[in-house]
Design a protein around this ligand. Sequence first.
Ligand code: SAH
Length: 262
Amino acid sequence: MIKAKKSLGQNFLIDQNIIHKIVNIVEVKNKNILEIGPGTGNLTKEILKKKPNKFLAIEKDDVLVKLLKEKFHSNIKIINEDVLKVDENCLSDKILNVYGNLPYNISTEILIKWIMNMNKKKIWFNYLILMFQKEVADRIVSEYNTKNYGRLTILANWRLKIKKICDISSSCFLPKPKIESTLLLFEPKIDFVKFIDPKNLEKITRTFFMHRRKMIKKPFQELFKCNKNLALEMGLDLKMRPQNLDFDTYFNLTKKYESLRG
Ligand code: SAH
């Protein structure tokens, strides 16, 4: 019996209905799979039954890596590493379908990292199927003019098509976590607004959402100095709050910011 490590956010999926649901979201047969944090291999086992072409896994816990090797032998290739330290663009020359039931803080961090590092031409994944804390998932899939809309929504929707698959009750995991979860499916967008440096989108959204209840006048002036004409030209009412601006407005603001800085 494996003792779950709290420090590594180990809550293993034990509900077979949910596991089957996850495995059936997109085609597995002959696809190349990456699983992040396979744990004791509950999901791994079901994915392998669907006959993927190659199966790659990244697991940080040495004890679990040993167990996974004993269980699955050469059917999976395991990288014993912290996923945050892995260069995802160099994982495989084949395009991957990615599954991850990771610790919740890491899910968000890894999603942002992957988005920021997404190559403009060659994209390393077809699908990401990732588990989030429900509240975080609500932010990712929210729309403007709602309270959940923010930086995470804008960054995620910039490069990804996002679909909520379902909420998952805490009783589907062992040990049972204190929070509810949500499973999201992501696909790369073919068309997206191109920036000189995506970090500028991060900067713009960070500055605007610093005080989400306040008017956008202050962050706007901070980023664009006192350029009143620019606000007018962009049709921006500086009395609005950050959540009142849609995706395109944030993308346009970023483009403007980049063009003004030459
Ligand atoms: N996917 C499995 C296990 C979920 S628990 C299941 O659904 O049953 C989370 C898993 O992520 C654990 O196996 C844990 O060891 C692993 N993990 C935690 N932090 C990690 C990191 N930074 N990099 C890679 N794996 C990590």
